[in-house]
Ligand binder design. Structure first.
Ligand SMILES: Nc1ncnc2c1ncn2[C@@H]1O[C@H](COP(=O)(O)OP(=O)(O)OP(=O)(O)O)[C@@H](O)[C@H]1O
Ligand SMILES: [Mg+2]
Length: 303
């Protein structure tokens, strides 16, 4: 079966695994040139353990996905822990993490690299994706749908069995380093027809769903991150849950864990809970007077 050519055709994942194993074996015998490489990626190492409270089996699933270098998509609403999770995983796996915040002005050159003019003439500078692919980092493309589709397709050859990045302007084909992995984040609520990932992009990724954690877990996170007591954190989470029930009934998006932490941080600094909740929870999320009243009264129920 091993030499069956059809097996290869029908199992791109297996091919990627075999390729990663070969590359890993090659890396093990690689000469001392890796010293310069690790210097280059040193600023991207996550130095101390980020606080991350597991919500389900996402850590184990991500570890398994990394072991086969499966490109991963983290899906979920804003402020629910996607960025924190990828930082934690990079720390746990002891791999450098290069994060790119995507936006609609971003071009393929911003990711891949460009020629720069200096006193000695022109010089090529790798973009963040090329640095990650060449030297072996986890490359996290945050809010990837914000990028134009022609930009997104540069990741295609990196996210299938080929694992290559063509630098067309430079005339170079980078074979991705065995440690390289690509991770993207994606908020399924924000997509319009014009702004969504192509199926051919989506289908290159494994996906983990993120959401606001259950009550007790979220309270634990809010207390830890903001410094308020667990009781105060629980009240904040109750308010958050009330607001989340209004999603689709006047609110576009529920209150995020991030917002609850903001409110907690103000309370921990001595701001009265009512004022803290107005500033950090209610005012940012809606301009509608009735909705503000509804949220304010939810706040007064708990504080
Ligand atoms: N499971 C968790 N463990 C620890 N902290 C968490 C967790 N979930 C959320 N947080 C806290 O919530 C904050 C917001 O999370 P994060 O920045 O990771 O959100 P995000 O999903 O990346 O949002 P966005 O889509 O807006 O970028 C974090 O800074 C962290 O303090
Ligand atoms: Mg984020």
């Amino acid at each position: 079966m091993q030499n069956d050519p059809f097996m290869r055709t029908y199992s791109p994942r297996q091919e990627a695994m075999a390729r990663a194993a070969t590359q890993q074996a090659a890396a093990a015998t690689r000469p001392a040139s890796t010293a310069a490489t690790s210097d280059l990626l040193a600023p991207y190492m996550v130095q101390s353990e980020p606080y991350y409270r597991a919500v389900a089996d996402e850590i184990e699933l991500y570890e398994a996905a990394y072991s086969v270098r499966m490109p991963m998509m983290l899906k979920g609403p804003t402020g629910c822990g996607k960025t924190r999770f990828v930082e934690y995983m990079a720390w746990r796996l002891q791999k450098p993490l290069i994060t790119v915040a995507c936006n609609e002005d971003m071009t393929a050159s911003d990711l891949v690299g460009r020629f720069l003019l200096d006193s000695n003439g022109t010089r090529w500078q790798d973009g963040p994706l090329a640095v990650a692919a060449r030297h072996g980092a986890i490359c996290y493309l945050d809010e990837v749908v914000e990028a134009r589709q022609d930009t997104t397709v540069v990741i295609h050859p990196l996210t299938d069995a080929r694992r290559v990045l063509p630098l067309e302007k430079k005339g170079e084909l980078i074979q991705a380093h065995p440690d390289f992995q690509i991770v993207i984040s994606y908020n399924p609520g924000y997509q319009s027809l014009m702004k969504d990932l192509k199926q051919s992009t989506k289908q290159r990724f494994g996906a983990l769903d993120f959401n606001y954690p259950d009550h007790d877990t979220e309270a634990e996170i809010v207390a830890h991150e903001s410094g308020v007591s667990l009781d105060v954190a629980k009240n904040l989470v109750h308010i958050g849950e009330r607001a989340r029930n209004l999603k689709g009934h006047g609110l576009d998006e529920g209150l995020s864990t991030r917002m609850l932490i903001y409110a907690g941080s103000l309370i921990a600094k001595g701001v009265a809970p009512l004022a803290a909740c107005r500033v950090a929870l209610v005012r940012p999320i809606t301009d509608d007077a009735d909705m503000r009243d509804a949220l304010d009264s939810a706040v007064t129920t708990y504080f």
